[in-house]
Each structure stands twice: as structure tokens, then as C-alpha cells.
Write a protein that binds this ligand. Structure first.
Ligand SMILES: Nc1ncnc2c1ncn2[C@@H]1O[C@H](COP(=O)(O)OP(=O)(O)O)[C@@H](O)[C@H]1O
Ligand SMILES: [Mg+2]
Length: 267
């Protein structure tokens, strides 16, 4: 049973001659981590903005647990590409920001915010200012803020894209650990093939202009992944080749029938 369902979604920005997304159907089961993989400009951020309720589709339907999405809600937590934190507030206030908007009293939201900071390994950072944090720490704060409202679905827009390789690996590992611990359902957007394989249970490959779903690939590597050892796993190599063949067939060579056999029905 799908938790989040997109049925034949199309979207177009006002004044734009062509749709940004065309006929997107996908479903996300509870506790699944779905990666949307696509090149820059293929509409990944637009897709998350639609699901978050910041933008309305021009056609189609988005439902969470069967209920149509209408505008933003704490049920759908977003971790943004840039950290989108409030620089004049301290870490605790940033983590509690969504709860403040929801009208949760200060003492309660501070308790919750401290709990979330401990989860993302930032206990004791409460009174730090945002400019006193590293890039990785800022993304941990962004994740803690999104988790604070206990969303049904976590929407993550290339959150580790600006981090160095080591920090990215650490945060990817942390994300997998948190998803298991909290039983979270995640839609994670990236342009990075390696990141898609590292995180996904299932990967949806986007093609651009307008953004459409080109391919869906299961990533059957289980929840307990060692992301360093994974790189030398033959399954990783095979999945990498299959995804590159979809993203850059001219460079990677045409997709062979065996890799196409992995493809699934989209819905
Ligand atoms: N607010 C907007 N108004 C008009 N066009 C936009 C807007 N946001 C994004 N676009 C356009 O939509 C396309 C897809 O953008 P985006 O969803 O950001 O893709 P991605 O996240 O995959 O890079 C791009 O051509 C971009 O210029
Ligand atoms: Mg984007």
C-alpha cells in the first residue's frame, strides 16, 4: 500500500512555454527510501516543491495516505538543497522553527529540538549561531528541523551536494541509520549516481525538458549498507553501469537487454 502517490502529474511555471514536469506517476511505500535521480534542470526540485505543497500541479493528483495534498503541511518535512536556516537565530530556535509555526509552546519545542539535535549528533550545539557551523553541521540542523515535526514523509533536495566527499559519506550513513531507527519514508533527490545507489531502495531516473520518468530501478542492497565496502561490491558496479546507461547512453553505451530486465512498472 502506497503512502505517497503521484498520479499523472504535470506542472508548468507561469509564463513558461513548456511544462517542467510531464505525466509523472510514482508511488512511495511506507519506510521506503526512493531516490529521484536526474540531471540538473530535469525538474527534481520542482517535483519536491509540488509534493511539499509549495507549488500546484497543472494536472494530476498527489495523495498522502489517500488524502489529496493541498498546500504545505508538517506531514511532509523538507530538507533543502541550501540549508535554508535562519542565520540570526541559534541552533535550538532553528530546529524548533517549524514547531513554532505550528504553535507549539516554547518549552515543549525546546525539549523536542534538543531530542532531535541528539539524534543528529549535535547535542550541546543549542546556542551556537548558524555561521559558527560547518556545512555538514548545517545540514544536520536542517535534518533535525525537518524531523522535529515527525513528518510522514521526508523530502530531501540534494542535501549533501555541497559537502566534501568524506562528510557526504558520513551523512549518507547517518541518514540510513536514522531512517531505520525512526522508520522514516523518504523521497531523496540527487544528480549523483553513486549517492542514488548508496541510499535508495528504489531509484527513479528522470529525463529532462520536460521532466519525465525514464526508468525505475530496484536497488536491492538492504538497509544495512557499509557505504565504503559497497563500492567494491559487484552489485554496485552493475547498478552503476545500468544507471549510467540511462543517464548518458552516448558515453556509457546502449542499454543491454539484461539491464533493461531490471526495469519495473512505474506505478
Ligand atoms: N520558479 C520557477 N519559474 C520558472 N521556471 C522555473 C522555476 N523553477 C524552476 N524553473 C525551471 O524548471 C526547470 C527545472 O528546474 P528544477 O526543478 O530546479 O530542476 P532540477 O532540480 O532537476 O535541477 C528548469 O528549466 C528551471 O529553469
Ligand atoms: Mg534542484
Amino acid at each position: 500500500m502506497a503512502l505517497l502517490q503521484l498520479e499523472r502529474i504535470s506542472a508548468q511555471y507561469p509564463g513558461s512555454p513548456e511544462p517542467v514536469l510531464a505525466d509523472i506517476s510514482l508511488s512511495l511505500g511506507p519506510q521506503q527510501l526512493l531516490v529521484a535521480l536526474g540531471p540538473s534542470g530535469s525538474g527534481k526540485t520542482s517535483l519536491l516543491n509540488l509534493i511539499a505543497g509549495f507549488v500546484e500541479p497543472s494536472a494530476g493528483r498527489i495523495t498522502l495516505d489517500g488524502v489529496p495534498v493541498k498546500g504545505p503541511s508538517a506531514e511532509r518535512g523538507v530538507v533543502f538543497q541550501d540549508d535554508a536556516l535562519l542565520p540570526w537565530q541559534d541552533v535550538l530556535a532553528n530546529v524548533g522553527f517549524g514547531l513554532e509555526l505550528a504553535g507549539v509552546p516554547k518549552d515543549q519545542r525546546e525539549i523536542r529540538a534538543r531530542e532531535m539535535l541528539a539524534l543528529v549528533d549535535l547535542a550541546g550545539f543549542d546556542s551556537r549561531r548558524i555561521w559558527q557551523l560547518s556545512g555538514g553541521q548545517k545540514q544536520r540542523v536542517g535534518l533535525a528541523r525537518a524531523l522535529a515535526a515527525d513528518p510522514r514523509v521526508l523530502l530531501m533536495d540534494e542535501p549533501f551536494g555541497a559537502l566534501d566527499a568524506q562528510m557526504r559519506l558520513t551523512l549518507q550513513t547517518e541518514l540510513l541509520r536514522l531512517c531505520r531507527k525512526l522508520n522514516k519514508t523518504v523521497l531523496f533527490v540527487t544528480h549523483d549516481v553513486d549517492e542514488a545507489i548508496a541510499l535508495a531502495d528504489r531509484c527513479v531516473v528522470f529525463a529532462g525538458r520536460p521532466g519525465t520518468i525514464d526508468h525505475v530501478l530496484d536497488i536491492p542492497l538492504g538497509g544495512e549498507r557499509n557505504l565504503v565496502q559497497l563500492r567494491s561490491d559487484p552489485r554496485y558496479v552493475e547498478l552503476c553501469a545500468a544507471l549510467w546507461k540511462r543517464l548518458a547512453p552516448d558515453v556509457a553505451g546502449a542499454a543491454d537487454p539484461a539491464s533493461l530486465a531490471h526495469s519495473l512498472e512505474v506505478v
